[in-house]
Ligand binder design. Structure first.
Ligand SMILES: [Zn+2]
Length: 531
């Protein structure tokens, strides 16, 4: 008799271990290897870098490997970012290995999950939802060129006097990564055109969107879930040892909570051997504010407001943007979005009819910044929505007619708008996580004081950077609470739980004791072999 060949199936976490974000979970099943997400670890990065101190693009991958932002895995990264002696330096590091992978399964377009796909070899396919694909492109199109944010397409680099430098735009096209769509089989010609076109001067070597149901011989499943960005999905892979399920980031209290419920139900039916589960908000045990709650609380605050209203919510939180659109319509104000938001909404509308058609929407207008030169993507938006544009002067003249969707980083527009005294700044996003973000709040308070604006929902230093009790309910978090996650895990009932994307993985070990679910707290780079 032939001896039975037993293939080893294993998981290795190279990010998201005892930290929120930066998920990079390697799954190996015989010859098939893939990552769940390949994110930018913001907290880790901010221990070494800040706004004006960044990894040096001219040294390619060096700085990122040196401080451990990227794992030393020789064979998965872009050749054009690899200096000749790079691997000599890292071949003795404890986690060094040679590795080839067949793809990345991407849960959603937040950079702490997607960002460092930028450094992966251009030929490695990204398996995700159609919406995440489109958002990744729109986000990159409208961003300043930054080698840490080349998720959708890579700008080829060459050697210039020993440094890595972008090849001139007229000499080399940007190279699009192969995106494999897991959740939808058909898209419009307009979407195809958007996908294969680039707004800049550099042309795009396009890689058309294709659908996929497996990676090599391994079947894949995706389950759309509710999170603070559209297109988010949980993922599952059928390995030789059973199903491995990955939650990505999720919640139950947003507008699409029923999708997360459906995921829980379907994942349970797979009887997974492993569940890799996020734990961002495990320490939050209170009943979460819902998106509908945000709507009614913000509506009340804005209805009473005099003068200008500024709504500040997280970037790409399109659900929140649509919540403020509803409010604007209800009280008869225009909702003014930035050109960047307009670019994103336009792309998303191709896939999701619930996202308003910018051209025909009576409520949304586009803020036109005063600039001598606009980037190509911006020119495109300004031309396309010519009759929707509004400038600072007009907002300043008719302050009662507008809700401006601005973040802190747009606050320097205020001198040309000159908000009248008592205008409202409504903060609808998360509390600061680090010193840098706290500094931004000092500055924001300074601006509001300068224009005598009224802030609401703002975290305050004297409250330990919490939002005053009376002003809570203007933000719904993107993550499920501890008790909700425990319920989710018990319902899915995996053999083994691996907590990730959390600063408190021990929460799961403590609270799942006696349930029969084994909790494995991962260590960075430790290979976990499936039973
Ligand atoms: Zn997220």
């Amino acid at each position: 008799m032939e001896p039975e060949i037993v293939t080893v199936v294993s998981l290795t976490c190279y990010g998201g271990v005892n930290e929120i974000g930066g998920n990079k979970v390697l799954l190996e099943d015989g010859e098939v290897r893939l990552f769940f997400d390949f994110g930018l670890p913001f907290a880790h990065r901010s221990r070494y870098y800040e706004e004006y101190l960044n990894p040096r693009a001219s040294w390619g991958l060096l700085d990122l490997l040196e401080v451990g932002l990227l794992p030393p895995l020789n064979g998965i990264y872009r050749q054009d970012l690899t200096l000749p002696d790079l691997w000599d330096r890292f071949s003795s590091s404890p986690h060094y290995r040679e590795l080839h992978i067949d793809g990345v399964l991407l849960s959603h377009a937040h950079l702490d999950h997607s960002g460092y796909i930028s450094f992966l070899d251009r030929d490695i396919p990204v398996y995700t939802t159609a919406m995440t694909s489109v958002m990744a492109k729109a986000i990159q199109d409208s961003a300043k060129g930054d080698f840490e944010k080349e998720v959708c397409y890579a700008i080829p680099k060459e050697d210039k006097k020993g440094a890595r430098a972008a090849i001139r735009y007229n000499k080399a096209a940007a190279q699009q990564r192969p995106f494999r769509v897991l959740d939808c089989g058909a898209w419009s010609g307009e979407l195809g055109h958007f996908w294969e076109d680039t707004p800049g001067r550099r042309s795009l070597e396009a890689c058309p969107l294709e659908t996929a149901v497996s990676i090599g011989p391994l079947p894949l499943r995706c389950f759309p879930v509710d999170h603070s960005i559209p297109g988010a999905t949980a993922l599952a892979v059928a390995t030789g040892r059973g199903w491995v399920v990955y939650t990505g980031d999720l919640r139950l209290h947003g507008g699409r909570g029923q999708q997360t419920e459906a995921f829980i139900h379907q994942a349970a039916q797979l009887r997974p051997v492993i569940l890799i589960c996020e734990g961002t908000s495990v320490d939050d045990e209170t009943c979460p504010v819902t998106e509908d709650g945000v709507y009614s609380n913000a509506l009340k605050a804005i209805r009473e407001a005099k003068g200008l209203v500024i709504a500040d919510f997280g970037p790409r939180n399109v659900e929140r943007l649509l919540t403020f659109r509803r409010i604007a319509q209800e009280i008869g104000r225009y909702l003014v979005v930035t050109a960047k938001d307009a670019y994103l909404l336009r792309a998303m509308h191709y896939l999701d009819p619930e996202v308003p058609d910018m051209g025909g929407d009576p409520v949304i207008r586009v803020y036109q910044e005063l600039k001598a030169d606009h980037d190509h993507w911006e020119q495109d938006i300004l031309a396309r929505f010519r009759d929707k544009l509004v400038k600072a002067e007009e907002v300043g003249r008719c302050q009662d007619d507008h809700i401006l969707c601005f973040s802190f980083f747009d606050i320097n527009e205020l001198p040309s708008i000159r908000p009248q005294e008592g205008s409202l700044y409504l903060y609808s996003s998360s509390e600061p996580h680090n010193e840098e973000q706290r500094l931004d709040f000092y500055r924001l308070h300074q601006w509001l004081e300068h224009f005598r604006m009224r802030g609401i929902g703002l975290p305050r230093e004297e409250l330990g950077w919490k939002v005053p009790q009376a002003e809570q309910g203007l933000h719904a978090s993107g993550h499920a609470t501890g008790p909700e996650l425990l319920k989710l895990i018990k319902e899915i009932n995996p053999e083994i739980l691996i907590p990730i994307h959390t600063e408190n993985p021990g929460y799961f070990a403590t609270n799942l004791e006696g349930t029969g679910i084994r909790v494995h707290l991962p260590r960075y780079g430790e290979q976990i072999t499936l039973p």
